[in-house]
Structure formats: structure tokens, C-alpha cells
Design a protein around this ligand. Sequence first.
Ligand code: COA
Length: 150
Amino acid sequence: MNIRLLTKKETPPWELLLLADPSRKMVEGYLEEGECYIAESNLQVIGVYVLVPKEHETVELVNIAVAEKHHGKGIGKILVFHAIQTAKDRGYKRIEVGTGNSSIGQLALYQKCGFRITGIAKDFFVKNYQEEIFENGIKCRDMIRLSQGL
Ligand code: COA
């Protein structure tokens, strides 16, 4: 597996990007502002993440996704650690990530990669998404914010 920056001329892996965020509009915004990294294996894109610059030498990890047939093989963890290293190499001092209150697996993944919960954006998903989101039998309402120093 090779992880590389997607050039602005290349087509983003939409199917994967929309796995992480059902709103095409939100994803388009992230791609406009940030840099998209892809993981390739046998000429297939099997993973993706986007790094979006924020204020105060901080970068946000958004839209991390792994192709469904490759879930549970450790690729998500490799991508998160790659994002952390890339942010460090670029001189950022802090990396942030946000996920839904219902995203139990993602909350586990980020904490296993060193992130700590720093805040809650109450009703973020209720306000920003037209369709209701349910995961693990839980309604997704709030965004849990996590971060770590680099
Ligand atoms: N409880 C405890 N740990 C859990 C868990 C749970 N419910 N679900 C996942 N984990 C752990 C795994 O055990 C693993 O840790 P380990 O290596 O110590 O065992 C870690 O989280 C991640 O596993 P990994 O195989 O690296 O993840 P993955 O390749 O399946 O990718 C996602 C994870 C989130 C990227 C993938 O599920 C995905 O693409 N989901 C859809 C898109 C998405 O939701 N993106 C995130 C938006 S916030």
C-alpha cells in the first residue's frame, strides 16, 4: 500500500469520501481548502483522508475513510498515523478531528492514535445535515472534538 497526495488535477475518490461524510457539499468545501491523501493498493484507491489548515498552527483531519472490504485490517490506523506525521512534517503544532457522538468505532480509533476529547459541538449534525443519521442504534446529534499536540 502506498499513501500519496492527490494532485488537484486528479478526480477525488468520491465513493470513499462520501463514506465518511454523506454531504457532498461539505466534502467539496474540505477539498477546496485542504489537501487530499490517498492510499493505493494494486492500482486501486482503498483509503483517503483530507487535511484542512485551521488557525493557530492547527490542522484538521477530515474525511478519513477505508474501502468497506478492507475494514478491520489496520488501514484506518495507518492512515491516522500518516496524517499525524504529515501534519508534523508540515510544521503544524496541533491536529484536530471531529466525529459523531454515535461513531463508537471512530472514537475508539482516534483515542488509540493519541487523540483526546477536547470539546463537544452540540447539535452540529442536527443543524448541518438534512437527513437524520443513526449509527449503532444512536442518533447522531453532537460532534465530539478531539485533538493532540504534535
Ligand atoms: N470498540 C473498540 N475499538 C474499536 C471499535 C469499537 N467499537 N471499532 C473499531 N475499533 C478499533 C479497532 O479495534 C482498531 O484498533 P486496534 O488496532 O487496536 O484493534 C482501530 O479501532 C481501527 O481499526 P482499523 O482496522 O485500523 O480501521 P479501519 O481500517 O476499519 O478504518 C474507518 C476505520 C473509521 C476509517 C472505517 O471504518 C471507515 O472508513 N468508516 C467509514 C468512514 C468513516 O466513518 N470515517 C470517519 C468519519 S469521522
